[in-house]
Write a protein that binds this ligand. Structure first.
Ligand code: NAD
Length: 484
């Protein structure tokens, strides 16, 4: 697949004329390329988005909503194609892309089409005075996304930006460009208005950085690593751009003594290993109340040992390949550090070698580690792979202390049947999203985002529509009638 940029309604190569090879994680082999864009392509895309701004913002809300619905329908019509492409490009099982990534991308457009119809300003009336608060679009918005949920997260940004009347320059991850390219094909097929959504491919330093720094880009919505997020915050500080940063996580999965251990261990497997452990919300630190620690461990490890790692194209594979060779190496390095520190590898702890033609693919066994101090880097750093740790805590206060003992604050999962305990713990755990007796249940109306080093701002529902607009207050004075 030869991926191209999409600027002002046309497919084009990068100005540099250079291409970046694209490898498939399942085989480790090159299967396509993407344009190596730079600041010249950014200038062209921002110019196109700026020129399209007036026409797009002046459309009625219903007309904008209709365009988003058409985009959703276009993806839905090619669901299988999108799912296979996402799986080849990212290494995730095709059934996951078919049941989660692509349907959610469709929902993102449908949901924000609804938001475009219903989002409203406010008015406040007083004696001889009416205050009308409009929510105006910002202008050109940069949408930058990572590789773990490629189309899902890209559309989660694009959809509210467009719904609110902005035009967009989007930059998917250079590691997983393929479904963004299919999205531009859909736009082309349906005749989506030119310049309203432009998609650029290439490296972060060469495309992302000039994009966030472009003076005509009025806001940046970014999902990715904490280090990159900090860099963007520093680079854009002087221009006071609006910034939404969704960053890393090291999320606690807390099992209290009174929890249903069978259900908790079932969900802990999903929370730790879905998408090969490459979800920002993954429960990568399982914290167990001491009295149930041994029983939970037995149940959990047996379930992890039963996971099938295999060809992502095979519907029976529960886990596929890690996204890149460097990601595989990163995971292996952390597991080595755990081994060197005397960590107890309860299962996994090594790469998996599948038979030809997958022998060079990037597979790693789901790994459970116990016995490390909580300040060990394996318990503190975001590994973003199929590695989970088990730690014990003596009671409620200690569970909370360990849950908060990280620089991150994205999400937490708490397992208890004691409602008082769940509320006390929820009050004191420092993060943006908490699931009680569940994990990763998403309602698109609810705020999504983190505290501490997990980010700034919230996405989802009205939070996203508020981020994507700016308030303008108009106060109108009038004289009261003197005839009665
Ligand atoms: P990354 O920060 O390396 O890259 C993310 C995107 O930013 C890519 O498109 C990249 O090209 C671009 N980029 C890189 N440098 C840039 C720069 N200087 N300026 C502008 N853009 C730049 O992250 P990644 O490795 O692709 O993704 C993994 C990370 O994403 C993990 O830390 C994970 O937790 C995080 N993540 C967070 C959420 C969330 O919602 N909080 C969701 C998914 C992933």
């Amino acid at each position: 697949m030869r991926v191209l940029n999409y600027i002002n309604g046309s497919f084009c190569q990068a100005e540099s004329g250079e291409e970046i090879p694209n490898k498939s994680p399942s085989t480790g082999l090159e299967y396509g390329s993407l344009p190596r864009s730079d600041h010249r392509d950014v200038d062209r895309a921002v110019e196109a988005a700026k020129a399209a701004q007036d026409g797009w913002r002046k459309l009625t809300h219903s007309a904008r909503a209709k365009h988003l619905q058409t985009l959703a329908n276009g993806i839905e019509a090619r669901l299988q194609d999108f799912a296979q492409t996402e799986s080849i490009d990212n290494g995730k099982p095709v059934h996951l892309a078919r049941s989660l990534d692509i349907p959610r991308s469709i929902s993102n457009f449908r949901f924000f089409a609804g938001a475009a119809e219903h989002f409203a300003g406010e008015s406040h009336c007083d004696t001889k005075q009416v205050h009308v608060t409009k929510r105006d679009p910002l202008g050109v918005v940069a949408c930058i996304s990572p590789w773990n949920l490629p189309l899902y997260l890209l559309t989660w940004k694009i959809a509210p930006a467009l719904a609110a009347g902005n035009t967009v320059v989007a930059k998917p991850s250079e590691i997983t460009p393929a479904t963004a390219f299919l999205l531009s094909q859909v736009m082309d097929d349906i005749g989506f208005p030119k310049g309203v959504l432009n998609i650029l491919h290439g490296f972060g330093a060469e495309v992302g950085s000039p994009l966030v720094n472009h003076p005509d880009v009025k806001a940046v919505t970014f999902t990715g690593g904490t280090q990159t997020g900090k860099q963007i915050a520093v680079e854009t500080a002087a221009s006071l751009k609006k910034l939404s940063l969704e960053l890393g996580g090291k999320n606690p999965f807390i099992v209290c003594a009174d929890a249903d251990l069978d259900k908790a261990s079932d969900m802990a497997v999903k929370a730790a290993f879905s998408n090969q452990g490459q979800i920002c919300l993954c429960g990568s630190r399982i914290i167990l109340e001491t009295s149930i620690s041994e029983s939970f461990k037995r149940l959990f490890v047996a379930k992890v040992k039963a996971i099938t790692v295999g060809d992502p194209a095979n519907d029976r594979s529960q886990l596929g390949a890690l996204v890149s060779e460097s990601q595989l190496q990163k995971v292996a390095n952390y597991v080595d550090k755990a081994k060197q520190s005397g960590g107890d590898i309860l299962t996994g702890g090594e790469p998996i070698h599948l038979p030809a033609p997958l022998e060079n693919g990037w597979y790693y066994a789901p790994t459970v580690i116990a016995g490390l101090p909580h300040d060990h880097c394996v318990n503190q750093d975001e590994i973003f792979g199929p590695v989970v740790t088990l730690t014990e805590a003596a009671g409620e206060a200690e569970l909370i202390r360990l849950a908060n003992d990280t620089v991150y604050g994205l999400s937490a999962s708490i397992w208890t049947n004691d409602i008082g305990k769940s509320m006390r713990m929820s009050d004191r755990i420092e993060c943006g999203m908490i699931w009680v007796n569940n994990w990763m249940v998403r309602d698109l109306r609810t705020p999504f985002g983190g505290q501490k080093m997990s980010g700034i701002g919230r996405e989802g529902g009205w939070e996203a529509m508020r981020f994507m607009t700016q308030a303008k207050n108009i106060s109108i004075s009038y004289e009261e009638a003197d005839h009665d």
